[in-house]
Design a protein around this ligand. Structure first.
Ligand SMILES: Cc1cc2nc3c(=O)[nH]c(=O)nc-3n(C[C@H](O)[C@H](O)[C@H](O)COP(=O)(O)OP(=O)(O)OC[C@H]3O[C@@H](n4cnc5c(N)ncnc54)[C@H](O)[C@@H]3O)c2cc1C
Ligand code: FES
Length: 280
């Protein structure tokens, strides 16, 4: 398989804005006129985080958006980041005009499942998993796609439903699920998906892409296998290098598969559920 890293850039870029979104979330808008036009939904960048006395580390982040529009005219890329530890804490403190080291784009773009007219594509996101799905929706909007695609977003409560407004502004059919019932469907996003699937006739072609925390991905994998659905899941395993050299991100494959292990960073990060192990 062709390695996506062949087209990878490594450089420092100027941070335009760092917007605090509350609850530990923030959005970084980065001026990257050479990299932004290359990015497709589902790809990620490795961010170099320099914090004085801590060692130089790189952290992987999905590209959340490219502006002014996805494709050759893009000059800016955005990351949606949750502050969870030392690296993301340093990133949260970056200010306009600071430089930020990026390596990317990395990984393969998310697939475009071949759905006939009348089919439904579900985009299922939880937590930080919302980031690549938003760029995917923007690409579909730019292409004026007539594909019936529906975004299902899950969070513990309404204040953690990051990105919902952005999808709604795009005009994408979006349904929220909250564990505590404070907004939308009361329950987790996989139960919401089950409900939506039950409401669709058996003849309707269905496909989907999911990206979320480990528990959500596992439940999605199990549901898709049980119902024999054409679903893909984008994994966010630890990625020490991000370009295939360290094997720190591997997943086992089902036994019949040609290779025993696959590297999530270069062979993924998005895989058909049939190529995922029973336990993620
Ligand atoms: C392909 C990919 C895309 C990603 N996209 C985004 C994104 O768009 N936005 C975003 O905020 N984060 C994203 N992440 C996760 C992000 O890389 C980590 O949150 C970040 O590296 C944490 O760095 P840290 O130094 O702040 O914290 P660390 O000290 O490294 O970790 C802090 C806590 O987060 C947990 N953690 C760290 N990395 C991961 C991971 N990959 N999976 C599960 N738990 C983890 C650790 O167990 C620990 O509890 C992505 C990860 C991958 C692999
Ligand atoms: S992160 Fe190094 S091989 Fe995938």
């Amino acid at each position: 398989m062709k390695m996506p890293v062949e087209k990878c850039l490594v450089d420092s870029y100027e941070l335009k804005t760092n917007e605090d979104l509350g609850h530990g979330w923030f959005r970084l808008d980065i001026h990257a006129p050479d990299m932004a036009p290359m990015i497709r939904a589902g790809q990620f960048v490795q961010v170099r985080v320099d914090s004085g006395d801590t060692p130089l580390i790189r952290r992987p982040f999905s590209v959340y958006d490219v502006n002014p529009t996805p494709g050759p005219d893009a000059s800016e890329l955005s990351l949606l980041v949750q502050n969870v530890g030392p690296g993301t804490r340093v990133m949260s403190q970056l200010r306009s005009g600071d430089s930020i080291g990026l390596m990317g784009p990395l990984g393969h773009p998310m697939p475009r499942p071949d759905l006939d007219d009348g089919g439904v594509l579900f985009l299922v996101g939880g937590g930080i998993g919302v980031a690549p799905l938003y760029l995917y929706s923007r690409e579909l909007a730019k292409e004026k796609s007539t594909l019936d695609h529906r975004v299902l977003l899950g969070a513990r409560n309404r204040s953690l439903l990051i990105g919902l407004d952005a999808f709604e502004k795009l005009g994408t059919h979006t349904v929220a699920a909250t564990d505590d019932g404070s907004q939308g469907y009361a329950g987790n996003v996989i139960d919401l998906l089950s409900t939506e699937l039950d409401a669709i006739t058996e003849q309707t072609p269905v496909a989907g892409i999911g990206c979320g925390p480990h528990g959500m991905n596992q439940a999605l994998r199990d549901l898709a296998v049980e119902r024999d659905l054409n679903f893909w899941i984008s994994l966010e395993n630890y990625m020490p290098c991000g370009f295939g050299a360290c094997f720190g991100c591997v997943i086992a494959t089902p036994e019949e598969h040609e290779f025993r292990y696959r590297r999530v960073c270069v062979e993924g990060p998005c895989f058909p559920v049939k190529e995922l192990p029973a336990l993620l």
